[in-house]
Ligand binder design. Structure first.
Ligand code: ADP
Ligand code: 5GP
Length: 186
């Protein structure tokens, strides 16, 4: 079994920003491309940020037991990790890097135990989260409200993770994340 590193956080906390930073550090990490049935955002493309499936196709793959885990993250909107992703990445001798929701993150940690490092990215406050989601400019106001409503609930799970990084000053969060990852991979 190879290693896995899990990043979870409320949407807008800065997970993708930190994950993308780490992926460029030459640490042997590879992003686990999740499947989703939400529509692509901005310049996202199938097979890079996500595998974009229709809800029907997604449900068919659930029936075929193709997922390590899946969640209905928002009503009618599934997200999940395909088992084939883990095989693909481990076959290259790389460490799998997950960007998943909080429940998915805890489920994955349970499956991989000591071979997994679970990291919770915490925003300094819900107000800052609102500013970041608004500033990102990728979600309609009602989608932002939906994400914020979920964020308060998700933050109650923070202490169930192996470690927490508060993403206030981005440079500090980068440094802290890189150190934790390097220590885990030693
Ligand atoms: P997530 O992947 O958790 O949904 P993103 O990485 O997309 O979040 O970050 C949400 C927005 O906040 C982006 O516009 C990003 O540039 C910005 N952001 C991330 N971290 C910080 C930070 N420490 N300070 C200010 N803005 C940040
Ligand atoms: P977004 O729509 O902002 O890309 O993602 C919404 C939420 O779904 C985020 O919290 C993200 O981490 C989560 N997510 C993305 N992929 C997966 C996955 O494979 N499984 C689970 N459980 N959540 C995921």
């Amino acid at each position: 079994m190879g290693k896995v590193i899990i990043f979870s956080a409320p949407s807008g906390a800065g997970k993708s920003t930190i994950v993308n930073y780490l992926l460029e550090k030459g640490l042997g990490l590879e992003f686990s491309i999740s499947a989703t049935c939400r529509a692509p955002r901005g310049k996202e493309i199938h097979g890079k940020e996500y595998y974009f499936f229709t809800a029907d196709e997604f449900r068919k793959r659930i029936e075929n037991k193709e997922f390590l885990e899946w969640e209905e993250v928002y009503p009618g909107c599934y997200y999940g990790t395909l088992l084939s992703e883990i095989d693909r990445i481990w076959a290259k001798g790389h460490t799998v890097l997950f960007d998943v929701d909080v429940v998915g993150g805890l489920n994955i940690k349970k499956k991989f135990g000591d071979n997994a490092l679970s990291i919770f990215i915490q925003p300094p406050s819900v107000e800052v989260l609102r500013q970041r989601l608004t500033g990102r400019g990728t979600d309609a106001p009602e989608k932002i409200e939906q994400r914020l409503a979920k964020a308060e609930y998700e933050m109650t799970f923070a202490d169930k993770f192996d470690t927490i990084i508060v993403n206030d000053k981005l440079e500090e969060a980068f440094r802290e994340a890189e150190k934790k990852v390097r220590d885990f991979l030693k």
